[in-house]
Ligand binder design. Structure first.
Ligand code: 3VV
Ligand code: NKN
Length: 271
């Protein structure tokens, strides 16, 4: 039999695999599907281990997510580990570029640490269920007064149950190659609980992940844990300066580990 006619058919998968747009969509879909599937595995384990919503479930989630970076061709280089070696509760703040941040978060996540997230995340299928089981604190960003009272409760719970909270103070994902202005909630939280703030900075994803250009290559992300910022004795009057101080060090670290200097601020800056 002459099977020569099949040759062009074989070319189709080859072409697809070399098309960066195809790889982009494939990796994104794979990521979502894989996380959903991991959550299916994690849900019964969490329920059996702790019977419901419990911060200890974060250990299970962390363990199950740690390999995902390899599947997507990503590597994390973490520096500043020593700054996380601290007893008791604290607030971690970090920049937020994409849902891929979850992978870096799980690389450094200390014990008894959960996150603050938008309430919409609870509807993300099995991932939403696992977020709830992991003790994630959900806030309604459209209703500031509700979000504030949820976070005031969280400040009390942090102390009572010796919990650490991870907040994305930009309040939304951002791939502009710079940090968005910070929302105040994370700083009110730390001041109300009188606990230190530990800033963690993810380097820019723009060298491997470009949403607009539909590119998702392999890449290495630097994760830098910065020294704690104390809040002992501070009051709500100090929140703005605390936020400004945190923003300044995180922004300069972001530019530094993303291979930019504050002067040459990427392609979007003025010529
Ligand atoms: C094995 C299984 C595998 C499965 C898969 C794995 C599953 C994954 C597991 C785990 C990963 C989870 C990953 C989660 C990731 C999620 C990320 C997100 O969702 S990011 C979006 C939500 N995050 C935020 O929005 C940040 C927190 N936001 C804030 O803190 C804001 O400040 C907020 C919402 C409280 C208010 O926002 P405003 O937009 O109104 O802006 P403002 O300027 O900050 O506040 C307005 C006024 O209110 C005061 N204010 C704010 N908070 C206050 C407070 N607590 N007390 C008193 N005043 C406060 C401020 O000082 C300001 O007043 P003055 O302008 O200064 O006078
Ligand atoms: C149908 C639901 C699909 C669920 C896909 C699961 C993939 C991994 C799960 C990681 C959760 C990460 C959550 C996240 O990064 O949320 C985005 C918000 O922070 C910011 O929201 P926005 O930029 O303001 O929309």
């Amino acid at each position: 039999m002459d099977a020569l006619w099949m040759l062009p058919l074989l070319l189709v998968p080859l072409l697809l695999l070399t098309s960066s747009t195809f790889v982009f969509y494939f990796k994104k879909c794979f990521y979502v599907a894989w996380m959903m599937m991991l959550a299916v595995i994690a849900i019964p384990i969490c329920i059996l281990k702790s019977g419901g919503r419990d911060i200890e479930n974060m250990r299970v989630i962390r363990f199950l997510v740690r390999h995902v970076k390899y599947l997507l061709g990503l590597r994390f280089e973490v520096s500043g580990w020593e700054h996380l070696q601290m007893d008791g509760p604290y607030v971690i703040i970090s920049n937020h570029q994409s849902s891929l941040d979850v992978l870096g978060l799980m690389e450094v996540l200390p014990d008894r640490c959960t996150m603050i997230a938008k309430k919409e995340l609870i509807y993300a299928g099995t991932v939403g269920i696992i977020c709830w089981l992991g003790g994630i604190v959900f806030i309604n960003r459209q209703k500031t007064s509700d979000a504030k009272s949820v976070m005031a409760d969280a400040a009390k719970t942090m102390l009572k149950e010796q919990i650490r909270l991870w907040v994305f103070p930009e309040g939304t994902r951002n791939q502009k190659g710079d940090l968005l202005p910070f929302k105040k909630g994370a700083f009110h939280l730390a001041v109300q609980a009188q606990v230190p703030i530990i800033p963690i900075v993810f380097s820019s994803y723009s060298n491997f992940y470009l949403r607009k250009e539909r590119e998702f290559k392999s890449g290495t992300i630097s994760l830098k844990v910065l020294p704690k910022i104390e809040t002992k004795g501070l009051t709500s009057d100090d929140v703005s300066s605390l936020s400004d101080q945190s923003y300044a060090i995180m922004r300069s670290t972001f530019l530094e580990i993303s291979g930019r200097t504050p002067q040459s601020n990427g392609p979007s800056s003025a010529h």
